[in-house]
Write a protein that binds this ligand. Structure first.
Ligand code: HXC
Length: 256
């Protein structure tokens, strides 16, 4: 199951909860996550924290017993479902942060990679160990990891399958920040808070410009930036932000 809650300031929290299997992602759990993300998307939430219930794991990856004995067709469908759910998370118009406390392996780390940001606690351990099972990452890891940490580091991590500790993860840019040990939802909310002072349109257009630009040439990326910055310029929040500057007062953004 997925625990769903909302914190003050409209921050939605989704906690994977299958603690007996270290929050591993069964097919059913992937579908639960998909539905929960859809509910967040349709709600008035302004930010999203994804984490794992319990103290031991964010998520230990795809459910390994369930992978055994799947037909090739099942497996292809499984990868497609995982990729679709994680793609939906990465394209949410609100910022999302994965709070990684404990283990994040395989599909679990791929889920964190689909979020806009990653925060780890000092005890976090993460990696893409699929090659140890004779597999390769199938929920976006081979694509998102190199975009985040560069091709050389991504290949080294994926081909060795080794475990990365929180301090190395921060050093190579795999996680944005290391937080003190604490309650994951509160850690995520504190990380998002400074960004959520701004209007959602500006946050969404900026995220889109960066992410869409990373998938294309510089020339096309500049064009995407031009179009999105024009859209931002036309928003009511931009009028308010610039007027507030002139009047030497804090802006009052309305996500409009
Ligand atoms: C199902 C899992 C699981 C998983 C752990 N468990 N990982 N169940 N799927 N991915 C279960 C264990 O079987 C065990 O159940 C319980 O959780 C506790 O795990 P332990 O191994 O006893 O804990 P510990 O010794 O602390 O080791 C933690 C661990 C280890 C290092 C995280 O569990 C581990 O290496 N797990 C596998 C991680 C992994 O390889 N993930 C990638 C999966 S492939 P019992 O009933 O015995 O107590 C993947 C591919 C995605 O994600 C793409 C596919 C298309």
């Amino acid at each position: 199951m997925i625990q769903e809650s909302t914190l003050p300031g409209g921050i939605a929290v989704l906690a994977l909860d299958r603690q007996k299997a270290l929050n591993a992602l069964s097919f059913e759990q992937l579908r639960n996550l998909d539905l929960a993300v859809e509910r967040v998307s349709a709600s008035a939430a302004r930010g999203l924290v994804i984490t794992g219930a319990g103290s031991k794991a964010f998520c230990a990856g795809a459910d390994i017993p369930e992978l055994v004995g799947r037909t090739l067709r099942d497996e292809h469908e499984g990868a497609r479902l995982g990729q679709e759910v994680f793609q939906r998370i990465s394209q949410l118009r609100i910022p999302s942060v994965a709070v990684i406390h404990g283990y994040a392996f395989g599909g679990g780390l791929e889920l964190a990679l689909a979020c806009t940001f990653r925060v780890a606690t000092p005890a976090a351990r993460m990696g893409l160990p699929e090659v140890k099972l004779g597999l390769i990452p199938g929920y976006g890891g081979t694509q998102r990891l190199p975009r985040l940490v560069g091709e050389g580091r991504a290949l080294e991590l994926i081909l060795s399958g080794r475990t990365v500790k929180a301090d190395e993860a921060e050093r190579i840019g795999l996680v944005n920040q290391i937080a003190e040990e604490g309650e994951p939802a509160a850690i995520g909310a504190a990380y998002l808070a400074p960004m959520l002072q701004h209007g959602l349109h500006a946050l969404d257009f900026a995220r889109q410009a960066v992410q869409r630009g990373m998938q294309t040439s510089l020339e096309l990326g500049l064009r995407i930036e031009r179009d999105l910055s024009t859209l931002a310029y036309r928003s009511a929040d931009a009028a308010e932000g610039m007027q507030a500057f002139l009047e030497k007062r804090p802006p009052c953004f309305k996500d409009a």
